[in-house]
Design a protein around this ligand. Structure first.
Ligand SMILES: [Zn+2]
Length: 394
C-alpha cells in the first residue's frame, strides 16, 4: 500500500540533494511512502492509496534517540528530590534500579518500556537505541536485552554499567565475567557493547578490555565518557573505533581534536546535565572543531527520566550554543550516524518512512516553544503511531 503525506508547508529532508541547505528544505511538498519506505519527495498533490493531510504544517525526519536505558523498574524520584536539595549525584544510584529491575517480572519490564516508547513517539521520536545494564549478572543482562529486542533492533549490552555490590572491591573479576560468559550469553541479542568509563565505574584499561571483547564478538562499541569530570573515556572511544562517545560534558581541546579526526560521534545528553545540575557540554566548541555530534535523551530513572528530544534540542540551543538547525540535525541525522544507520534520520528515497508532523509551520518551534506539545503526529515505518486520526484528519 502507498501512502502520501501531502500538503507539507515546510519539509525537512536532511538530504541536501533534495532541497535547500544542510536540512534539504522543501516548500509545499509531499512524501510518498510504499510500505515502510520513502519512495519519493514531490510537490504537493501526489497520489497514493492513502492520504495524510499535513495542512501546511512542517514535517521533519523522526528523532533518532541513540542513547536510552528504557528497560528498568521503579523510579528514583526521591533521589532527584534530595539532589535538588543539594546532595551531589554519584554513579552508585544505579544500584537502586538494579535491585528493582531484578525484582520485576519480564512482563512488567516489557510493559513499562513499551509505555516509555509510546511517550517517545508522542515527542516525535521514531527510533530508539536501548541498553541493558540494570541486570549486572549473566541471566539478568540477557533478560534486559530480550525485552529491549522486542522494541528495537539497536540493542546495546551494557553489563559494564557499574560494578555490582556482590563484586565490590573486585572490579577486575567483574570485568572478566562481563567479557566471558555474560558477553557470550548477550552477544546474540545485541548489536552494540557499551561501558561506563568514569571514576566509580570502570577505568580506561577496563573500558578498553570490554570494547575489545565486544568487537571480537561482533559488537560495535559505545562509551559513556566524560560525564562527571574530565577523563580518558573519549580518547578510549576514539582509539577503539567506537561509533559514539556519549555525554561528553567535560571535553578538553585534546578530546575535541581526537573526536574531530575520527569516525566517533560525540553524543550529547543535555537532559541529564539539566537534571543533575551539571555544566552543559561544549556543543558550540565541538561543532566549530569539526566534531560530528548527536543529541539523545539518555532516558533513565536516575539522571534523565525523559524521552523528549524537543527538550534536548531546546537545551542544546539555549545552553550549548547550537543553532536550531544544528540541534535538529544532531537529534535526527546525528543520532542515525551515531548508530551507523543510513536508513534513518533523513527522508530520501530508500529511507525508512519515519517522520513527525508538527503542529507548527516551522521546525524552529521545537526550541521556540519549549515544553509544548509541538508534535501532532508520528509515523514509524509508514504507520501512524501517534496522532488522532479522527479529530486531526490524520
Ligand atoms: Zn546512559
Amino acid at each position: 500500500m502507498t501512502t502520501v503525506v501531502d500538503r507539507i508547508g515546510l519539509l525537512v529532508t536532511n538530504a541536501p540533494e533534495l532541497g535547500d541547505g544542510p536540512l534539504g528544505l522543501r516548500h509545499d511538498a509531499a512524501v510518498v511512502i510504499d510500505g515502510a519506505e520513502v519512495v519519493a519527495v514531490e510537490a504537493s498533490g501526489a497520489v497514493a492509496d492513502r492520504r495524510i493531510d499535513a495542512d501546511g504544517a512542517c514535517v521533519i525526519p523522526g528523532f533518532v534517540d541513540s542513547h536510552t536505558h528504557l528497560v528498568f523498574a521503579g523510579d528514583r524520584a526521591g533521589e532527584f528530590v534530595e539532589r535538588m536539595a543539594g546532595r551531589p549525584y554519584a554513579a552508585g544510584g544505579i544500584a537502586t534500579t538494579v535491585a528493582a529491575t531484578r525484582a520485576a517480572t519480564t512482563a512488567e519490564l516489557l510493559a513499562t518500556a513499551r509505555a516509555r516508547l509510546h511517550d517517545a513517539w508522542r515527542g516525535g521520536t521514531t527510533h530508539v537505541e536501548i541498553k541493558s545494564g540494570y541486570g549486572l549478572d549473566v541471566e539478568e543482562e540477557r533478560r534486559g536485552l530480550d525485552v529491549a529486542a522486542e522494541l528495537t533492533d539497536d540493542t546495546t549490552f551494557l553489563g559494564a554499567h557499574l560494578v555490582p555490590p556482590d563484586f565490590a572491591g573486585r572490579s577486575d573479576a567483574y570485568v572478566d565475567l562481563v567479557c566471558t560468559s555474560m558477553l557470550e550469553r548477550c552477544a546474540p541479542v545485541a548489536r552494540w557493547i557499551d561501558v561506563f568509563c568514569e571514576v566509580g565505574a570502570f577505568d580506561a584499561d577496563q573500558a578498553r578490555t570490554v570494547l575489545r571483547a565486544g568487537r571480537a564478538a561482533g559488537l560495535g562499541g559505545r562509551v559513556h565518557a566524560n560525564q562527571l569530570r574530565p577523563g580518558p573515556g573519549v580518547r578510549v572511544a576514539v582509539e577503539s573505533g567506537a561509533a559514539s562517545a556519549d555525554h561528553c560534558t567535560h571535553l578538553t581541546d585534546a578530546d575535541l581534536d581526537a573526536l574531530a579526526g575520527s569516525d566517533t560521534v560525540a553524543t550529547f545528553l543535555p537532559i541529564a546535565d539539566f537534571c543533575t545540575r551539571q555544566p552543559y557540554p561544549p556543543g558550540r566548541r565541538a561543532v566549530d572543531a569539526g566534531v560530528s555530534i548527536a543529541l539523545a535523551s539518555n532516558c533513565n530513572p536516575g539522571s534523565s527520566n525523559s524521552t523528549s528530544l524537543p527538550l534536548a534540542m531546546a537545551l542544546a540551543v539555549r545552553e550549548m550554543g547550537l543553532t536550531i538547525e544544528e540541534a535538529l540535525l544532531a537529534a535526527t541525522a546525528g543520532g542515525a550516524r551515531a548508530l551507523r544507520r543510513a536508513d534513518l534520520g533523513c527522508l530520501r528515497p530508500g529511507a525508512r518512512a519515519d517522520l513527525a508532523i508538527l503542529d507548527a509551520p516551522s521546525y524552529t518551534h521545537l526550541a521556540y516553544r519549549p515544553g509544548m506539545p509541538v508534535v501532532a503526529a508520528t509515523l514509524v515505518g509508514g504507520e501512524l503511531v501517534w496522532g488522532d486520526e479522527g479529530s486531526r484528519n490524520y
